[in-house]
Design a binder for this molecule. Sequence first.
Ligand SMILES: Cc1cc2nc3c(=O)[nH]c(=O)nc-3n(C[C@H](O)[C@H](O)[C@H](O)COP(=O)(O)OP(=O)(O)OC[C@H]3O[C@@H](n4cnc5c(N)ncnc54)[C@H](O)[C@@H]3O)c2cc1C
Length: 488
Amino acid sequence: MRTAIIGGGIAGLAAAYELEQARRAGNKVEYTLFESRDRLGGSLSSEVVDGAVLERGPDSFLTEKPAAAELCRELGLGAELTPSNDADRKTYIVVRNRLVPLPDGLMFLIPTKLIPTALTRLFSLPTKIRMGLELLIPPRPTGLPDESVAALVERHFGRETVDRLADPLLSGIFGGDSAQLSARTVLPRLVEMEEEYGSLTRGMLAAHRKMRARMKDAAKARGAANGPAQTNSRPAMRSIFTAMRGGMNQLVDALVARLDPASVRLSTSVTGLEKSADGWTVVAGGKSEVYDAVILATPAWAAGELLGRIDPQLAVELRGIPYSSSITINLIYDETQLGHLPDGFGFLVPVVEGRSMLACTFVHRKFLGRTPPGKVVLRAFLGGMKNEALMAAPDEVLVATVRRELSEILGEKVLPQSAQPEYAQVSRWPRAMAQYAVGHQERMARIHPRVAALPGLKLAGNAYDGIGIPDCIRLGRKAAKELLATSF
Ligand SMILES: Cc1cc2nc3c(=O)[nH]c(=O)nc-3n(C[C@H](O)[C@H](O)[C@H](O)COP(=O)(O)OP(=O)(O)OC[C@H]3O[C@@H](n4cnc5c(N)ncnc54)[C@H](O)[C@@H]3O)c2cc1C
């Protein structure tokens, strides 16, 4: 089987790795990985500058989704997995230029602890009263149409909760706008809870109780199996995020090292795709080649361009998946230039604050051992659906804007505007983050049968069933496995 993989981001690399494993196992498999840029990895890109690991794109992945850590272990990178420093985990929200910590007991946007919610400065008194009354909301009928995350949260907790909590938390993950993101896709557990309990707070508390009971039972079962000496042992807490000790390029480099170099074509955009009785004709670099199968691991808008002549309706659906652009700015400072940064991992900036920055991570705190002693690394995240114009601003303007906003938010004493970063790195990610807009699941239900009607075609990447690295790896490997399963 000859397969063309189009797009060498993490999804395409994971697919290529899976096919390479099958080839090495003696199966008749050939593949070509086409990547339009001069490097592989797509959004995954890191650099080590003066001993500091700087991530241009993603800095970590969610530990609870196993596909990424599993792949790292398979590649011999188990010892390089670095947990986030959760002992110091504290995140702030900027409210009128002041940093307000997220209240204790917040689960998936839902406040579950009375006293921290009552005392927080994040919400006004009317919002707090509304949060209390939320407990009385009755279950919602099932099967209602999808709605935006903003609409769901506003119905339960009011507009202020959307502006100060849902929007900043989601723009930190999707670079997205809660008024557009699909509640059913992005927060499916909350939609289910609403149908079962009505009140999301009651639903979350019930889920928490069930989880604790399950953990207790599991601990008891372990105790019974291990004998009395082990019964007091606590299950190890897992960190929320996992990073690579030397940066995301470690994962990319390890994958690339496993591939057959003759099968990888860098700086080669696929410009045309045709379906014929022989299979799939791929046009790239002025040449046409025929393959039995194609894994489209490009962003959905690029996949839509390539499929336009093969299935115009499928192309329309793929091009209809919105994308947002983002910018990351890493600044390295000598710690003598700064006052004491607030404890924690960093802060989120609600759009209503009217700033360019959406978030800032205190990198040296979030992952220990990746910044040299005496240095501070601040990473700002800009862009999102409401801020596309920033993409065109020159680097110097972006760096100056971030330095000014950091001083205004953290205070002159903590970060004087005169403090000069030793290094500043700007990275732009145009149309890189898919947005699961309202109706995403219905769109996917229209896309799946059309793809299934084109034998040998698979889609992989962040546009379909999970935005993060683990989901992209899972989908890339799954696409390759499905092709292997149908051809042998
Ligand atoms: C700034 C930023 C921060 C993020 N932070 C996190 C995080 O902390 N944790 C997390 O889990 N996820 C994070 N994400 C999301 C995650 O990184 C991405 O969703 C994921 O890497 C996307 O992988 P992909 O392979 O689907 O697409 P991409 O990485 O976009 O790769 C697609 C590739 O296809 C190539 N291509 C396009 N058209 C063609 C063509 N015609 N011919 C050949 N090649 C083509 C492109 O050049 C590109 O390399 C972040 C994303 C960004 C941008």
